[in-house]
Design a protein around this ligand. Structure first.
Ligand SMILES: Nc1ncnc2c1ncn2[C@@H]1O[C@H](COP(=O)(O)OP(=O)(O)OP(=O)(O)O)[C@@H](O)[C@H]1O
Ligand SMILES: [Mg+2]
Length: 271
């Protein structure tokens, strides 16, 4: 089920998404002072950063769930930061967000969960048979063919994540935003999801942005990585270069070391 992506103007390998001088604050809380990041079409880019640094906020600004205070967010040649709600609907059709901790509807079976977005978006253009066939294809893509009749409560955590992914893939997006796709999964299920992210990229040629804390996932799926902190992108590089970085802050994050400036006494006294 290779999508046509007839809309897309940007050639493969060129910059499809670009955050330019983006600022964002919530009241006095400043999240981004100067966010600059390019995402290339057909690549998987991973965003790394401490909890609360603004990773999810970045994804939400791209699809207009949050507005940037200043700057440009270019998607396929247009500044979507200036789009009104109506034009944003089209962006959300093209850019799918697999939410952090996305939940399935317990009252619906797996098939209807996967069909949900299709019924909502394409109620006037897809027949029921077309929808059911897309659901079947999507479940097959995530390695769970034929489980339409199962209930979400009968699925393991790993299976739920894959059904959530099938629900997103069913919409045939051009860009997939994965927010913490492996959080809470055991190493085997994490490896499975990593494998799926790569397989989906190969099969569908999607552009992906992955947000994760899991360095195994980051290095398993990325073409390029970006480290955010202090309101901006601190470093971005292709995977092999990123892995070898000697930048202290990035190195500590990759190797899971607390910064040297933090000592246990100070952590205890502020908590
Ligand atoms: N709608 C909102 N209103 C007010 N503050 C918000 C809102 N959304 C996010 N924030 C704040 O912005 C900061 C960044 O949030 P964000 O969810 O992007 O962090 P994150 O990097 O994704 O963290 P995590 O790794 O824990 O998911 C947090 O301090 C959060 O509380
Ligand atoms: Mg987040």
């Amino acid at each position: 089920m290779k999508p046509e992506h007839a809309n897309i103007k940007t050639p493969k390998g060129e910059v499809l998404i670009s955050f330019r001088n983006v600022k964002k604050a919530f009241g006095p809380k400043v999240i981004y002072t100067d966010l600059n990041l390019d995402i290339r079409r057909g690549e998987t880019t991973t965003i790394l950063g401490a909890s609360g640094s603004g990773k999810s906020v970045m994804l939400k600004m791209l699809i207009g769930l949050l507005n940037a205070d200043a700057g440009q967010i270019i998607f396929d040649g247009d500044d979507v930061a200036k789009f009104d709600e109506h034009r944003m609907i089209d962006v959300r059709r093209r850019v799918a967000y697999l939410f952090q901790g996305a939940a399935l509807f317990d009252s619906l079976d797996v098939g209807e969960n996967v069909a949900y977005g299709l019924r909502e978006q394409f109620w006037d253009s897809m027949t029921n048979d077309e929808i059911l066939s897309r659901v079947a294809q999507s479940l097959k893509l995530v390695g769970l063919p034929g489980i339409e009749a199962m209930r979400p409560s009968d699925l393991s955590g790993g299976m739920k994540k894959r059904v959530g992914l099938a629900r997103t893939l069913a919409l045939q997006p051009e860009v997939l935003l994965y927010d913490e796709p492996t959080t809470g999964l055991d190493p085997i299920n994490t490896a499975r999801i990593n494998h799926l992210i790569n397989g989906i990229k190969r099969a569908l040629g999607l552009t992906s942005i992955v947000v994760t804390h899991d360095m195994g996932t980051a290095f398993a799926v990325s073409d390029r990585l970006a480290m955010i902190g202090r309101g901006r992108v601190l470093m971005t590089a292709p995977k092999d270069e990123f892995k070898e970085t000697q930048d202290k802050y990035v190195r500590d994050f990759i190797d899971g070391r607390a910064p040297e400036t933090e000592d246990v006494d100070s952590l205890l006294s502020t908590s």
